[in-house]
Write a protein that binds this ligand. Structure first.
Ligand SMILES: [Zn+2]
Length: 130
């Protein structure tokens, strides 16, 4: 399952949230950010377990690949190692860019998935496990 397809699958099952991976009421999971949706799409309800959240980049190694964000945010906060080049182009890991698009630019998870599909295959290829 690709990262984009996992996000789409999770987004079909949970409402959107920002600023945290999952929103839970009691034991019920009601919403997920883009990364939470990916984990949920891959694993289902066990996605909310702490050990699965910690293992996010093991499930989706492409999250560590460096990309240029599709947005233009000159005043980006330097969250999660994002940095600005040439005055407006944001670069960082795919995971950090996804968090930025979800939380700051308020993109839908489906739009984020569509953007992931536009990336060159080498950008989202899984590195060889070490
Ligand atoms: Zn932005």
């Amino acid at each position: 399952m690709t990262l984009a397809d996992a996000i789409r699958k999770g987004a079909e099952q949970l409402a959107a949230c920002r600023g945290q991976m999952f929103v839970m009421v009691g034991s019920e999971t009601i919403s997920a950010c883009a990364l939470g949706a990916a984990l949920w799409g891959l694993l289902g309800p066990t996605a909310t377990r702490r050990e699965e959240r910690v293992a996010l980049t093991n499930h989706f190694p492409a999250l560590d690949a460096t990309v240029e964000s599709p947005c233009v945010c000159p005043s980006v906060r330097y969250e999660y190692g994002l940095r600005v080049q040439d005055g407006s182009k944001i670069r960082g890991s795919i995971g950090a860019v996804i968090i930025h698009l979800n939380d700051i630019d308020r993109w839908s998870r489906e739009r984020i998935a569509d953007w992931l599909d536009t990336l060159p295959e080498e950008a989202t290829a899984c590195p060889t496990p070490s």
